[in-house]
Design a protein around this ligand. Structure first.
Ligand code: ZN
Length: 66
């Protein structure tokens, strides 16, 4: 009973991916980071800001975070 329960908890911990998710390429922990982008409206020429949530690891942190 106890053994079965532990296996079940292990599956939960590995399956959610909400925290501690690792990038298979760089092995670093993937973080969800909110990035605000300035997007220009071609028609009106005005700028607006769009918030996006990006998954950031060492592979793309430089290009995303500058
Ligand atoms: Zn990576």
């Amino acid at each position: 009973m106890g053994k079965k329960q532990r296996t079940f908890m292990d599956k939960i911990a590995k399956g959610t991916g909400a925290r501690g998710e690792e990038c298979p390429v760089c092995q670093s922990v993937i973080r969800n980071i909110k990035i605000v982008r300035a997007v220009r409206n071609e028609t009106s020429g005005s700028w607006r800001f769009v918030e996006t949530v990006e998954k950031v690891c060492k592979c793309n942190e430089k290009e995303l975070l500058g």
